[in-house]
Design a protein around this ligand. Structure first.
Ligand code: SF4
Length: 452
């Protein structure tokens, strides 16, 4: 049996697509082996979001070539899409595929084996207007299933290279989304995370269909789906219609990741983000009104070119005022090829670092405040794995619907199930709890009664 090994760099979407490519290899009789072992085919799914992503991708490619110089080396993903010539110039690279035509990977590998000629399968991504359908009915090692619903982004924020790597917005056919969701539920997943490059933009390119409609249809048509999470949604995409669907839903979780990037209108303008702080604020207040316990998490870029102390403080105060449940803080890093990399007034590294620390301490404080609201309460947690095993027994870790990481004593059979856990000690990065019952044997009516 021929063997294949994968290495994935970057985001959740890349991880999803690695699974999709693995499905294709599996159907063609391959076995999957660890990346560090000797394989017949290596697939490196690359990332290009920062300059370091490119460098790391090159290192991994070289590592695969060293492992087995006779293997077929395939390089896929964002870095391959933006710099195919650079990738092909690495001696030992055999097949390059970007962020489309991944369904042809087996064909390319076979062709390479016959002809022994390097293959460049990368084409202009900007011309592509169709979502590439790839089946992922199960995941290799996860308890939470992702479901990719869209590709690409039309926004062209000034710091971001992603539209050049992924192309323009393409939504997956709603019927395919629902079919895939049902397959995932049938495979035993309790929670599905809708993912994409610009997930909340789903439907923008579809006629008479929207994200709100997809959310409703998933709840109506997928039997047995217990939890539905949206990986990320822009404030402007939290329309009244979407908030209304979330409010009425029994399965959409009380957690929204709403990228902020900056809390200052002047910085947002330089970033070419498409909202003002007043608009962002209005949307999240509306969301909180509908779901008072919602956890709002966000991404913030610190030290964007020209960011003054005043602009930084506007961001800081906004986050403090709205009590975000957790922040992902990134120091601005120049991405070659983007307008922001060429801007003047780049912020010195030490200032960026100080600002990053201030925001991380704020995030820690707010996260503790948020979780403390749930001390003594019961939450539904899906354990994802073993946190530790010691003399006191096995401790599991997992996330509640509102994205609190909870550690509690339990048994391995609970992994992947919905477990009702009482929070005994709230904290961050994790809270401690004690399980009350496994909800799996309950029917939906019983679940509802317990939830009320
Ligand atoms: S919205 Fe902006 S940051 Fe996000 S993928 Fe699109 S261009 Fe990049």
């Amino acid at each position: 049996m021929p063997s294949v090994a994968f290495y994935t760099l970057g985001c959740k979407v890349n991880h999803y697509e690695t699974e999709a490519m693995w499905q294709l290899f599996q159907k063609n009789g391959y076995e999957r082996v660890e990346f560090d072992s000797k394989a017949d085919v290596y697939v490196i799914n690359t990332c290009t979001v920062t300059n370091t992503g490119d460098k790391k991708s090159r290192q991994i490619i070289r590592r695969a070539i060293r492992k087995n110089p006779d293997a077929v080396i395939c390089v896929a993903g964002c870095y391959a899409q933006t710099s195919p010539a650079e990738v092909l110039a690495i001696p030992g690279v055999d097949v390059v595929i970007g962020t489309q035509d991944r369904t042809k990977i087996i064909e390319y590998v076979e062709q390479y084996k016959r002809m022994r000629q390097p293959i460049n399968g990368v084409h202009n991504i900007m011309k592509n207007r169709v979502f590439e359908e790839m089946d992922v009915p199960t995941f290799t090692d996860r308890t939470r299933a992702s479901l990719k619903i869209q590709e690409g982004c039309n926004n062209f924020c000034t710091f971001c290279i992603i539209p050049w790597a992924r192309g323009l917005m393409r939504s997956r056919d709603p019927k395919a989304v629902i079919r895939q969701a049902q397959q995932l539920v049938d495979a035993g997943y309790k929670e599905i995370v809708l993912t994409g490059i610009h997930t909340g933009g789903y439907g923008q390119d579809l006629k008479d269909y929207s994200l709100a409609m997809l959310l409703e249809d998933l709840e109506k048509e997928v039997s047995g789906l217990k939890r539905l999470r949206i990986s990320s949604i822009e404030a402007s995409q939290l329309t009244d219609e979407v908030i209304d669907v979330i409010d009425r839903s029994n399965i959409i979780v009380r957690h929204m990741h709403v990228p902020l990037q900056s809390g200052s209108d002047s910085v947002l303008k330089r970033m070419r983000r498409k909202y003002t702080m007043a608009e962002y604020e209005e949307r999240i207040l509306k969301l909180k009104q509908a779901l008072p316990d919602v956890a709002i998490t966000s991404d913030v870029i610190v030290g964007f070119p020209g960011e003054t102390e005043e602009e930084f403080l506007e961001t800081y105060k906004f986050i403090e005022k709205h009590q975000f449940a957790e922040l992902h803080v990134f120091p601005y890093s120049k991405r070659t090829g983007t307008p922001a990399a060429r801007m003047e007034n780049q912020v010195p590294e030490e200032i960026k670092e100080r600002r990053v620390h201030r925001l991380i301490s704020l995030s820690d404080r707010l996260a503790n405040q948020y979780t403390s609201r749930f001390e003594g309460k019961e939450l539904e947690v899906i354990p994802e794995g073993v946190y530790k095993e010691d003399a006191k027994g096995t401790f599991l870790e997992g996330y509640s619907d509102n994205y609190i990481k909870v550690v509690f004593p339990g048994s391995e059979e609970m992994i992947g199930q919905i477990v009702r856990v009482k929070i005994t000690k709230a904290g961050y990065p994790y809270s401690e709890g004690k399980w009350v019952r496994v909800l799996d044997d309950l029917n939906d009516h019983e679940r509802l009664v317990i939830n009320q």
